[in-house]
Design a protein around this ligand. Structure first.
Ligand code: WAQ
Ligand code: MG
Ligand code: MG
Ligand code: MG
Length: 260
């Protein structure tokens, strides 16, 4: 799928009205596709939004846009899975990992309150690592990272090599975390799903890699969010950082030679 022009394909679904009308966010998704694969890409996003544990949507939008910018190829973050026995142990581990990359306990504590406060939004929230304040001005939308993907044949090669389940959830999360952590202003990301049945989350950073934590919330809980910890002194222009997250096209690409 390396030939020809690429398109960004995006989906968002909500219930009880569109997102703009205050409906409940159900599902979102983003892919890169050539025109010849467009039916497949649109169908996969349709399927994702239609059959969702957060509910059946009554609003969905699927859109594609052609890309003019060159696509950046990035190696996936190193993956590690931490099996923990309880949510408490999982959360304590996430705190330790965030402290390791230089985030203070007060800021982590704030971030944890934001995780539930902003759990209904469809994007991520950006917080400054020095003050712990939310800095993205995107209100109930958040920043939706977009224009990224990982071609299936390459992903499957990687998944075989690391003996990771070949599911699209792990793939999509690793694609997103890799893109986000590639930017020098990103210190770390903290994530767990807003899907009630999915309790594995992660902490990611360039240094730590993609650290999966098997339990970060209780089963049945519909609260979930993403927080990007940003060192604003590394990138004076917040707009160019958000522009990178939303607009820079990225494809993840792995080869066995990357593993050394
Ligand atoms: N950009 C920004 N924020 C996003 C995006 C995006 N493209 N996609 C999702 N979010 C935010 C949004 O607020 C969602 O409510 C929240 O993240 C959770 O999204 O086993 O499935 O897609 O290695 O429910 C991580 C672990 C799974 C995977 C995360 O998140 C694994 C997950 P979900
Ligand atoms: Mg997702
Ligand atoms: Mg959310
Ligand atoms: Mg979700």
């Amino acid at each position: 799928m390396q030939e020809g022009k690429f398109y960004s394909v995006r989906m968002r679904a909500a219930k009880n009205g569109s997102h703009e009308q205050g409906g409940k966010h159900i599902s979102g998704g983003e892919k890169l596709s050539t025109l010849s694969h467009m039916k497949h890409a649109v169908n996969a996003l349709l399927e994702k939004g239609l059959t969702h544990s957060r509910g059946t949507p009554d609003f969905m939008q699927i859109q594609f846009d052609s890309l003019d910018e060159p696509i950046k190829l990035i190696k996936p973050l190193q993956i590690e899975t931490n099996e923990v026995e309880s949510v408490e142990i999982g959360q304590a581990l996430s705190w330790n990992l965030l402290e390791k990359v230089g985030i203070s306990r007060q800021i982590i504590e704030k971030a944890y309150t934001y995780m539930t406060q902003y759990s209904g939004i469809r994007g991520a929230i950006l917080i400054d690592i020095h003050l712990g304040e939310r800095i993205d001005y995107k209100n109930e939308k958040g920043v939706r990272v977009s224009r990224m993907d990982w071609m299936n044949t390459n992903f499957e090669k990687w998944a075989d090599y690391y003996k990771v389940p070949k599911n699209s959830r792990v793939k999509e999360a690793l694609v997103l975390a890799t893109k986000v952590c590639e930017h020098p202003a990103t210190v770390a990301e903290l994530c767990w799903s807003d899907d009630p049945e999915y309790i594995t989350g992660y902490v990611a950073s360039k240094k730590l890699g993609y650290q999966r934590i098997s339990k970060l919330k209780e089963y049945g809980d519909e609260r979930g969010c993403r927080i990007f910890f940003v060192d604003s002194s590394k990138d004076e222009d917040l707009n160019s950082y958000i522009q990178y997250l939303e607009k820079q096209p990225v494809i993840i690409q792995w080869g066995e030679e990357n593993d050394s």
